[in-house]
Write a protein that binds this ligand. Structure first.
Ligand code: IPE
Ligand code: IPE
Ligand code: MG
Length: 235
């Protein structure tokens, strides 16, 4: 694999946990638990391959519509995840961040999330961002609101370019997404990283997230390296 062409920023819509579980006669929550393990595997693999940033969609602003028990389980997953994998994340020099409005989660979930970010903040390897209570339109709306406040307070100029507006996004110091992967066969963006995906390459795989593995990741990265990115120009 050509090191230079490895995507700097990979984003993943981790879909299919529920269907994976159903096929095995298990409750949907079993799929979410297995999916959490996949995050660990793929984060370590991305780090080893020289990917700078991995942003994964863990809970959308729309996922609150799900039954209470499922939402409750998803709120408890961060505790399970970090209890089990924090040592490995540290050993691998992985920095954990969060995108989304975490205020809406219960105190316990929020504390687990903030503690993980604090503990890993000086790690210099892969930046693993977990999008939780995240929605792309919500992110852009909040950015517009904060920008308007800055203009009114005369902290920002009314004339603004894309790079400057980008600093109001939750991903402010990350590069744009290079490769966007969605698992489990659905062909849509479901409100994920609308701003950052302006020119990313998309790869859809039928594999459910709990079954996604290093081999699938390498397949996606290889396909990415073979694509020609033109950004509206000519070859
Ligand atoms: C993705 O798996 C995880 C979350 C949205 C939290 P799903 O739970 O959407 O699984 P399916 O799509 O129902 O199979
Ligand atoms: C997108 O998956 C959100 C996450 C992976 C967290 P969904 O399963 O919620 O998306 P839809 O409902 O199929 O669009
Ligand atoms: Mg789904």
């Amino acid at each position: 694999m050509d090191e230079k062409k490895v995507p700097a920023h990979i984003a993943i819509i981790m879909d299919g946990n529920g269907r994976w579980a159903k096929q095995r006669g298990l409750p949907r929550t079993a799929g979410h638990k297995q999916g959490a393990q996949t995050i660990r595997t793929i984060a370590i693999a991305c780090n080893q391959r020289g990917v700078k940033a991995l942003t994964v969609y863990a809970f959308s602003t729309e996922n609150w519509k799900r039954p209470y028990d499922e939402v409750d389980y998803l709120c408890k997953l961060p505790r399970f995840f970090f209890r089990r994998y924090m040592d490995e994340l540290m050993e691998n020099n992985i920095q954990v961040r969060f995108l989304g409005e975490i205020e809406r989660f219960p105190d316990d979930t929020r504390n687990v999330i903030l503690t993980a970010a604090e503990k890993t903040k000086n790690n210099t390897g892969l930046i693993l961002s977990l999008a939780v209570n995240y929605g792309g339109r919500r992110e852009i709306t909040l950015a517009a609101q904060r920008y308007a406040e800055d203009v009114m307070a005369q902290r920002a100029d009314l004339q603004i370019d894309e790079a400057a507006f980008g600093t109001y996004m939750m991903t402010k110091d990350l590069p744009d997404v290079d490769l966007m992967i969605r698992t489990s066969g659905e062909l849509r963006l479901s409100n994920f990283l609308l701003w950052q995906n302006a020119y990313s390459e998309f790869i859809f795989t039928p594999v459910a997230w709990p079954d996604f593995n290093e081999e699938e990741l390498d397949r996606a990265i290889t396909e990415y390296t073979e694509r020609e990115r033109r950004y509206g120009g000519l070859k």
